[in-house]
Design a protein around this ligand. Sequence first.
Ligand SMILES: [Ca+2]
Ligand SMILES: [Ca+2]
Length: 83
Amino acid sequence: MSQCCHGQCSMPTVEQMFAMVDTDKNGSISFEELAAFMESIGQCCSREQGQEMFNMVDTNKDGSIDFEEFKALMVEKAKHDSQ
Ligand SMILES: [Ca+2]
Ligand SMILES: [Ca+2]
């Protein structure tokens, strides 16, 4: 059961989004997982663009996106969407 959050029930939480993208459930998102997710939501882009985006999100450059990095991306995206 998920709690209703400020009337935005249809929006998955960042935790849920992260779990959706992290398909092997190892707690971080690899480039392959991000690419597969982008494809699944129809935001398919070239491998170069995907890599560019991955590098942008992977702020500590350890080759994977952890929850904090993913959350930062979602916050940025939310800002964009509300403009
Ligand atoms: Ca993973
Ligand atoms: Ca990272």
